[in-house]
Design a protein around this ligand. Structure first.
Ligand SMILES: Nc1nc2c(c(=O)[nH]1)N[C@H]1C(S)=C(S)[C@@H](COP(=O)(O)O)O[C@H]1N2
Ligand SMILES: [Mo]
Length: 215
């Protein structure tokens, strides 16, 4: 890791240890659109480990495998040939910014699950990305109508810095759960904590419960 990157990771881990940004007052997603401790932004900040892989449409692939009946290996054309959906949702980052009304285009998580058919024993998902990043969610958190593999934002292809050509979007969890430059969706029977989940962040990551850190 370069100096800049490890400094960033150290800062975030220090925040986690200090319980920074916690208000101690949980919100209610039914009535509070803005989760506790968050502030609204109009732009879309860039956050990652500092490696921003250049994945051309030709190079793009996505494996979906693990505890499934039928693994899938999709090229970009295969993903684009699946039914496409439009979705509008909010983003909430653990560093306290939120952005409302993002317009997305992509393939529904449920469409991909229908394709691979998780085994009855499947409970968890680990996302792997081209920069080596990993993050994990429960299968029931992935299996939601507002979860997508997205390739367009506000009508334009998702920029490389935001994980283009294709990233995960799980809008009701803090954004570190939404892997950029995703290349593998691994369905598992046991939970495998990802990068930030092993480095001080909360495994569940519900913004309304302020599940920022592993405390
Ligand atoms: N592949 C990959 N995905 C990633 C990250 C990363 O470093 N690598 N960082 C995560 C974190 S900590 C955040 S806050 C969001 C930021 O997404 P954005 O840069 O599009 O705002 O991406 C998440 N997904
Ligand atoms: Mo983050």
């Amino acid at each position: 890791m370069s100096g800049i990157k490890s400094k960033l990771i150290d800062t975030k881990q220090a925040w986690a240890k200090a319980g920074r940004l916690l208000t101690g007052k949980p919100g209610d997603p039914e009535t509070d659109r803005l989760p506790p401790g968050q502030r609204l932004v109009k732009d879309w900040p860039v956050l990652d480990l500092g490696i921003q892989p250049d994945i051309s449409p030709q190079k793009f692939f996505l494996d979906i495998d693990g505890a499934v009946e039928q693994s899938a290996h999709l090229k970009l054309g295969d993903l684009m040939a699946l039914p496409q959906a439009d979705s509008v949702s909010d983003m909430h980052c653990v560093t306290a910014w939120s952005r409302y009304d993002n317009q997305w285009q992509g393939v529904a998580a449920r469409m991909l699950l229908d394709l691979v058919r998780p085994l009855p024993s499947a409970r968890h998902v680990t996302f792997h990305a081209h920069d080596g990043y990993t993050t994990n969610v429960r299968l029931d958190q992935f299996d939601q109508p507002d979860v997508f593999l997205v390739h367009a934002w506000e009508g334009k292809p998702i920029e490389r810095v935001h994980g283009g050509p294709v990233r995960v979007l799980i809008p009701r969890l803090y954004l570190w759960k939404s892997a950029k430059w995703v290349n593998r969706i691994e369905i598992t029977t046991v939970d495998r904590p990802g990068f930030w989940e092993r480095n001080g962040y909360n495994n569940n990551a519900d913004p309304w419960l302020e599940e920022r850190y592993d405390v």
